[in-house]
Design a protein around this ligand. Structure first.
Ligand SMILES: Cc1cc2nc3c(=O)[nH]c(=O)nc-3n(C[C@H](O)[C@H](O)[C@H](O)COP(=O)(O)OP(=O)(O)OC[C@H]3O[C@@H](n4cnc5c(N)ncnc54)[C@H](O)[C@@H]3O)c2cc1C
Length: 326
């Protein structure tokens, strides 16, 4: 349908859409003034997943299901998605900012020959024109951009948009279009390892604890993980900590790492370099713990504690535990 807002589904690879899809579908519904459509590229679309998308407001789910879609290879996904988009001419194509959709949606825009607004934090309709707001210059400025021609392709930053309220019992129509499956030009030679931290996913967490060079050594992250378990937070890191080999790169927050926008960000021993701020400055509440009162992070922090983190962290953990056990 030419007026359709399409939302490409990010799933957990176990057959369920991730909760960030409630945000993408919620924003698409607001802009569409009606029901958005989900497009799910997967090797196995579960019934529970389809139900979930319906409850989050998708009027229709286009299911592109084929064994060739897993593991994710952008050229296979893009070929199939571009074929469907060319046939159906949606008005807009949205996806969440996740590792794979960041790449997939960008390649899809290129294949369709249209512009991409990446990492958007807002949308408005100016008359008939869709206008996106996105941070530029490492988050120092917000730019408004519009598309010269459609479809309007955009990725949406997680934890920024109001999620759709789930309506139990609401269902989506399911359509399984036939698309050609391009041959993969890449093959995987490495194992894929999922490190189970038992903590929420960094990009989706509502609370993120970030440890910087001030953590001093990799084994010290255990104190942040202890606090994270108490309050249900994810643990991230600055690039200095990642470069030192203390944390894997997937936990890096910042310009060359992950962009997060949690309800609460707490930085411990993080100085607040502009490249770090680029990945977390849209957090709703920012707390900084640093023993240097001149640390730049205090300029954007809502709450600051000038102190040694090794004293503050166990103290906070104890206090959180006490409050939550009440
Ligand atoms: C092109 C480019 C891209 C980059 N991308 C990123 C990125 O994506 N993410 C990122 O984070 N950085 C990035 N950087 C690096 C960035 O410039 C900083 O070097 C980095 O963020 C610093 O990390 P940090 O704050 O942990 O370390 P530092 O700047 O060394 O700060 C450590 C802080 O810990 C405090 N501290 C020390 N001990 C304690 C203690 N016991 N208790 C409390 N506080 C303590 C210190 O006072 C200090 O403020 C990038 C740089 C470049 C050039």
């Amino acid at each position: 349908m030419p007026n359709a807002f399409w939302c490409f589904v990010e799933d957990d690879r176990q057959g369920m859409p991730k909760k960030v899809m409630a945000e993408v579908l919620g924003e698409a519904a607001r802009l569409a003034g009606g029901q958005p459509e989900a497009v799910w590229i997967t090797d196995k679309a579960s019934d529970a997943g389809l139900t979930q998308l319906g409850e989050w407001g998708a009027g229709k789910v286009w299911v592109l299901e084929n064994a060739a879609f897993a593991p994710y290879r952008s050229e296979v996904w893009v070929g199939a998605a571009a074929e469907l988009a060319a046939k159906e001419s949606p008005r807009a194509i949205f996806g969440p900012v996740t590792s794979r959709q960041r790449e997939f949606v960008a390649r899809l825009a290129a294949r369709l020959g249209v512009g991409l607004a990446a990492d958007c934090v807002g949308f408005a309709l100016e008359g008939d024109r869709l206008v996106a707001t996105r941070p530029i210059y490492a988050g120092k400025l917000l730019a408004k951009v519009a598309w010269a021609k459609g479809p309007c392709v955009a990725t949406l930053r997680p934890n920024v948009f109001r999620p759709a309220d789930a309506q139990p019992g609401r269902t989506a129509a399911v359509e399984r279009p036939a698309v050609s499956i391009p041959g993969a030009t890449m093959t995987f030679v490495e194992r894929r390892e999922e490190a189970a931290t038992g903590l929420p996913e960094l990009a989706e967490a509502e609370i993120v604890l970030s440890g910087g060079r001030g953590m001093k050594a990799p084994e010290n992250y255990v104190i942040l993980e202890d606090m994270a378990r108490v309050i249900g937070a994810a643990v991230g890191a600055s690039r200095a900590a990642v470069d030192a080999g203390w944390r894997p790169h997937r936990f890096q927050i910042g310009q060359t790492g992950r962009t997060i926008s949690p309800k609460l960000y707490m930085g411990f021993g993080v100085s607040g370099a502009i490249q770090h701020l680029a990945g977390m400055r849209t957090s709703k509440i920012i707390v900084a713990v640093n023993k240097d009162p001149e640390a730049p992070i205090f300029k954007i922090a809502d709450y600051g504690i000038v102190a040694d983190l090794f004293e503050v962290v166990p103290e906070l953990t104890r206090e959180f535990k006490r409050l939550l056990e009440k």
